[in-house]
Design a protein around this ligand. Structure first.
Ligand code: CTP
Ligand code: CA
Length: 228
């Protein structure tokens, strides 16, 4: 896709984007992960560069080429992603959390490969990971550190999309929440990829089904308007 012809409305702005999905080790060869491809986060990074932004892309386990012109920081776990995002957020105008961050991780992991034996395996005990998006909102609300003026979250909801999304936006203290509607049109076997952006203090913005760059551009339109 042609990225030229966009407004340079993010020139002079530093944006931090997280992309992909975190992995939480069980042992040196196994992990708990998720299906995030990183495509939406990478589309956000490419379009932000095209609109003139300085881009830091915190990338978790993604098999995609580095977007030209972006600074890429590679992470594996939620703990590493938190460290990279929170430290970059201190000098960012906007943070967009497109990554699928694992909510839980194994409480301990083995330094050696777990071998199978005659006995049934031990259960994996999980503990909670830090909620990076909520932490960014909290740091900003409490004025604990320099904070981005715009904080954007992503969410996939299957039911009561608007109500669940609105509650999540408020709980996390973000300015925009991009909610992917999952599970619509099930009768036709086609997942409905339409998204709606919930806006703190404003009306929701519907994004029709289309390429990930189009969704990214709507996000940057809303971010640029809030930064102006
Ligand atoms: N997120 C985060 N840190 C986590 C989990 C999620 O920063 N430990 C961010 C995601 O990057 C996303 C947003 O929070 O931008 C919403 O993620 P989601 O999984 O929908 O929200 P949760 O609060 O984890 O709620 P749920 O119980 O629905 O998973
Ligand atoms: Ca979650």
């Amino acid at each position: 896709r042609v990225l030229a012809g966009r407004p340079a409305d993010l020139a002079g702005r530093h944006v931090v984007i997280s992309a992909g999905g975190t992995r939480e080790a069980i042992d040196p060869v196994r992990f708990i992960g998720n299906r995030s491809s990183g495509l939406q986060g990478y589309a956000l990074a490419r379009t932000a560069v095209a609109r003139g932004a300085e881009v830091t892309l915190v990338s978790a386990n993604v098999a995609l080429p580095d977007p030209a012109g972006a600074k890429v920081v590679r992470v594996e776990t939620a703990t590493e992603l938190r460290e990279a995002v929170v430290s970059a957020a201190g000098h960012a105008d906007a943070v967009v959390m497109a990554a699928a961050v694992a909510d839980f991780r194994p409480a301990t992991h083995s330094d050696t490969k777990i071998k199978k034996s005659a006995a049934e395996p031990d259960p994996i005990h999980l503990v909670k990971n830090p909620d990076v998006l909520a932490e960014l909102g909290e740091i900003r609300r409490e004025g604990r550190a320099p904070s981005p003026r715009v904080i954007v979250g992503f969410a996939a909801e299957t039911d009561d999309v608007l109500a669940n999304g609105r509650a999540k936006l408020e709980r996390k203290g973000c300015d925009l929440l991009v909610v992917n509607q999952v599970g619509e049109n099930l009768a036709f076997g086609t997942p409905d990829n339409a998204a709606v952006v919930l806006v703190a203090g404003g009306d929701p913005v519907e994004i029709p089904r289309g390429p990930k760059e189009d969704l990214a551009d709507v996000v940057w339109d809303l971010v640029a308007a809030r930064l102006a």
